[in-house]
Design a protein around this ligand. Structure first.
Ligand code: FAD
Length: 399
């Protein structure tokens, strides 16, 4: 959606396909990072975006065995917004859609699922898509695969995937938030257990981390034992867990994967976001990376695509350029996620001892200025992008 907005803004005709009828799904993050807010500012959209309902997370906290520590402090960043805006992703996507729709070249087709690629002489020239009224063929100078970690586009293109391994899965559930609850998102770490809690105003979106493939064993122990595990981590939930987790239907298993394509492109096709590099939820940075990819792609591709005379041969090396630009932040971020999975989370899930506050958090407690470093890693990340693609067409209606 972000790349659709940027390209339409630069005068390119864009068709965005979305297989669902809306964006109302829970299984995404809610985090709009300082770097994304910076981009919204560069696009002149920050003020109107911040008028939409959101919460501000100025820091990230973890409760480890009952002791609370601040891990990252965004107020120490030098970005325009020194917080993470907690916005359900459907709100964020609706906002981008509304802004993109102001440009005449933008077209969004809901309930339209890419199911295959059209190929001519080794070059991708469009997609086959399934709609409610049948299959359609859409021809394009360039197809962007931004269809997430189970990308049908990357599979149809036969691009090679390197699996980096994710030893964890997530059990995802909602627990009602009472007026008397404290506010703010964060993590809870107890003996052999770890849960992230996203504050969504009226409820807590909980991500209970388990060993990969461990959900069957948890179910076999029974719902009461599972509820007791949650309450041991968050005693606050003792009064509501039974009503909120009434059956296993209230608990969704989300499979985590970390992988990346060795080559993100073929002539006529480019993958970005999770389609190019599926991210673990660790650090909550996948949305940020996907948006940074979109901005980098627009910076390189918008002007050539807006030129009706552009040749396929001219576009191909530019696709490689986008990958070269985004490979470093992808590699670095995934390396940190994989290390956190195997060195921190896995040992934690195996542990039978109460967790100790790690030395690094003690260091951050002692020198709070150091909290700017994890804040930068999460809130901005390596090689932040800036909007360089032009605005060639005026919006059809004023903002
Ligand atoms: C449990 C969990 C929690 C997470 N929490 C966070 C977090 O808090 N913060 C964060 O930054 N990241 C988080 N992540 C990672 C984040 O969700 C992803 O990295 C990010 O959503 C990637 O964005 P994307 O646009 O590439 O793909 P997606 O967000 O997956 O979007 C892909 C879109 O394409 C559509 N689509 C799929 N296939 C097709 C098709 N064939 N045709 C048409 N449309 C299609 C989908 O419906 C979807 O709308 C989390 C991941 C998991 C698994």
């Amino acid at each position: 959606m972000m790349l659709g907005l940027l390209l339409a803004r630069a005068g390119v005709d864009v068709a965005v396909l979305e297989k669902h009828g809306d964006f109302l799904r829970d299984f995404r993050g809610d985090t709009v990072h300082p770097s994304t807010l910076q981009l919204m500012h560069e696009l002149g959209l920050l003020e109107s975006f911040l008028q939409r309902p959101h919460d501000k997370a100025h820091d990230i906290r973890a409760v480890i065995g009952g002791t609370e520590s601040v891990i990252a402090d965004f107020s120490r960043l030098r970005t325009r917004c020194r917080f993470i805006a907690m916005v359900p992703q459907w709100e964020f996507l609706d906002f981008l859609r509304d802004e993109a729709a102001l440009y005449p070249g933008f077209q969004l087709s809901m309930e339209t699922e890419a199911v295959g690629l059209i190929e001519r002489a080794g070059r991708i020239t469009g997609v086959r898509a399934r709609t409610t009224t049948g299959e359609v063929l859409i021809q394009a100078d360039l197809v962007i695969g931004a269809d997430g970690r189970k990308s049908a586009v990357r599979e149809a293109a036969g691009l090679q995937v390197r699996d980096l391994g994710a030893p964890i899965d997530v059990l995802w559930m909602r627990i009602i938030k009472l007026r008397t609850d404290p506010s703010g998102s964060g993590g809870r770490i107890g003996t052999g257990r770890f849960m992230a809690m996203i504050d969504r105003g009226t409820y807590w979106q909980c991500a209970y981390v388990i060993h990969k493939g461990g959900s069957e064993a948890i179910r076999e122990r029974g719902l009461d034992a599972f509820r007791a595990d949650i309450v041991a981590l968050v005693p606050l939930f003792a009064d509501r867990i039974k009503a909120q987790v009434a059956s296993w239907d209230d608990v969704k298993l989300l499979s985590v994967s970390v992988d990346r394509l060795t080559r993100w492109w073929r002539p006529g096709l480019l993958c970005i976001g999770d389609a190019a590099h599926a991210m673990s939820p660790i650090g909550g940075v996948g949305i940020n990376l996907a948006i940074q990819d979109a901005v980098a792609a627009a910076n390189v591709l918008a002007e050539p695509l807006a030129d009706a005379r552009v040749s396929a041969e001219r576009l191909t090396p530019l696709l490689a350029k986008v990958q070269r630009r985004r490979m470093l932040p992808t590699r670095l971020t995934q390396a940190v996620q994989v290390a956190a999975q195997s060195r921190l989370i896995n040992p934690l899930l195996d542990s039978t001892q109460p967790p100790q506050v790690p030395w690094v958090l003690k260091l951050l407690d002692r020198w709070p200025a150091l909290r700017a470093l994890p804040a930068y890693a999460v809130g901005v990340g390596a090689r932040p992008e800036h909007v360089r693609s032009p605005e060639l067409t005026r919006p059809a209606m004023p903002h």
